[in-house]
Design a protein around this ligand. Structure first.
Ligand SMILES: [Zn+2]
Ligand SMILES: [Zn+2]
Length: 92
């Protein structure tokens, strides 16, 4: 059995040092299943770290505003693109 280099080992939770289950959805620090905080801020729940949860507080309004802007912006771009295409190909 080869010597294992632990610098290349899976990440450990920033809060308790246990083997991380996945990264924080906001700041991407490694988190274990016990320390992550599940936040339902969209179509599916996602896990964030305690620091991000504390920074966000209990208000989901700002998060929702960001999500809405992320959804609305591509739609606005798409509509503008369709209008441009319509002007280019519809004028003939
Ligand atoms: Zn942990
Ligand atoms: Zn975080």
């Amino acid at each position: 059995m080869q010597h294992h280099d632990f610098s290349d080992s899976p990440a450990t939770c920033v809060h308790c040092g246990e083997l991380a289950a996945g990264p924080c959805a906001r700041c991407e620090v490694p988190l274990c299943g016990a320390c992550c905080i599940i936040t339902e801020g969209g179509t599916k729940p996602y896990a964030i770290c305690r620091d991000c949860a504390a920074n966000r507080g209990t208000s989901l309004q700002r998060g929702w505003t960001a999500v809405v802007s992320w959804i609305a912006l591509p739609i606005v771009v798409l509509v503008l693109a369709l209008l441009v295409l319509g002007a280019l190909f519809g004028g003939d």
